[in-house]
Design a protein. Structure first.
Length: 239
């Protein structure tokens, strides 16, 4: 009997690993019917949920996203169909990590980044989603939507307005580099004229290439804006 224990243990471990591989991650949850499955929860194959009108739940299984909209009953753990869009999500997450550097230009002595990345600080969205995940705190780019005029931004550690550093956007430039003199970690107050907002950095591990693992890291850090950008490359039609 004792000789069978290692075999049984190995079989159980294999089942558990297979189950984990089949698990899906909740990445969006809207409405009262979806409340039992909050963002970040893992669901297994066969997990069912009944959604009412107006409810929506999106899960990610490492290959693709799948959105279910009420009313109706749905199997949340059903494996999503394989999709080539995972490559696009991985590319978006890989941008400007150790393997890939930004393409830079120069405008009146200011470095200009010509390619957007999921790790860029979107100044137009920072007011509503202040959490910002970074892989490399020494290589952070600020990005704005309106590049029609020059712009100066004041950046100070939260609670220390006297320690402010300024960043300048040249006219026609949509990007500027985060000041090397201050670390991209912790919370900062950004002031642009009458506009004031808080930005909080969290360092995360470099992308693994597995969409579920990478999305989970963004969820745990509260980086919902970056999560949405990642999911945009993986969207599947509603059930």
């Amino acid at each position: 009997m004792s000789s069978l224990k290692p075999v049984v243990a190995a079989a159980v471990a294999a089942v558990l690993l297979a189950s984990a591989a089949d698990a899906a991650l909740v990445v969006r949850s809207v409405g009262n019917g979806a409340a039992a499955f909050p963002v970040g929860r893992t669901v297994m194959p066969g997990t069912a949920i009944q959604l009412t009108a107006g409810d929506m739940l999106t899960v990610l299984d490492g290959q693709a996203t799948r959105t279910s909209r009420g009313p109706g009953t749905f199997d949340l753990g059903r494996a999503a169909a394989a999709t080539t869009t995972l490559a696009a999500a991985t590319a978006a997450l890989d941008a400007r990590t150790a393997e890939r550097k930004p393409r830079l230009g120069t405008v009146r002595g200011i470095r200009v980044v010509n390619s957007a990345s999921i790790w860029d600080v979107d100044l137009d969205a920072a007011a509503s989603t202040p959490a910002q995940c970074v892989v490399d705190p020494s290589n952070v780019i600020l990005r704005r939507a309106d590049a029609s005029g020059a712009r100066t931004l004041s950046i100070a550690p939260a609670g220390k307005p006297g320690a402010a550093t300024t960043v300048s956007f040249a006219q026609g430039s949509a990007s500027a580099v985060w000041p090397k003199a201050i670390p991209a970690s912790g919370s900062y107050t950004l002031v642009d004229g009458a506009d004031r907002r808080t930005l909080t950095f969290t360092k995360v591990a470099a992308p693994t290439g597995d969409a579920t693992t990478d999305a989970s890291a963004l969820i745990k850090a509260g980086c919902t804006r970056q999560l949405e950008k990642m999911l945009a490359t993986l969207e599947k039609p509603a059930d």
